[in-house]
Design a protein around this ligand. Sequence first.
Ligand SMILES: Cc1cc2nc3c(=O)[nH]c(=O)nc-3n(C[C@H](O)[C@H](O)[C@H](O)COP(=O)(O)O)c2cc1C
Length: 193
Amino acid sequence: MIKIAAIHGSPRKNQNSDTLMAAVIEGMGEKVQISHIYTALEDIRPCTACNACFKEGKCIIKDFMQEAYKILDEADIVITATPVFFHSVTAQLKAFIDRTQAVWASKYVIDNSVISRKRRLGFAVCTGGPPEEKSYFDCTLKVLDIFHKCINAKLAGSITAADVDRHQIKDREDILNQARQEGKKLIDMYKNK
Ligand SMILES: Cc1cc2nc3c(=O)[nH]c(=O)nc-3n(C[C@H](O)[C@H](O)[C@H](O)COP(=O)(O)O)c2cc1C
């Protein structure tokens, strides 16, 4: 069974970014095992830059992230969905991402990665409020790219949707279909790795 980690960045459950990610997952078919991480609903404290991970190769803050590291380690595919907030990811997702500094330290300082280096794929889902403007998603996708690299997941693709404040994703069959196709492509890519 292919294991999926679905990371939800929105503080609003089941809204636009969640719906778009759900369509990607639907397109992947039924033979996947999904672990959902709702960053806004979990106890995820921000990184304090204590640098304990530079010595211990793991984070010493005892909160939900201890479970999240295991979910990421086991995942074959990591999908991260976020609304764009000020051209970046949400604060809740940023706290999650910053805590993967411990993964970075385990690899590049300690040389003993807490997340296995097996081949893992990543996928990014981003939604934005106003109508599409070129470059609106650029910064957010850059953050998501480096995040997926950090957790040993090659970002295989992304889907972005603008104008969701006026036209909600749930009513946009065109973009939902595109997301389903991306999900199918992603699973095919994983199987043919
Ligand atoms: C604090 C805040 C900042 C936002 N900044 C941006 C932005 O920079 N660019 C953009 O396209 N949309 C921006 N938006 C709109 C959200 O991206 C949009 O409402 C969102 O994609 C909804 O996702 P959700 O329904 O999954 O929560 C912002 C919304 C909030 C609340």
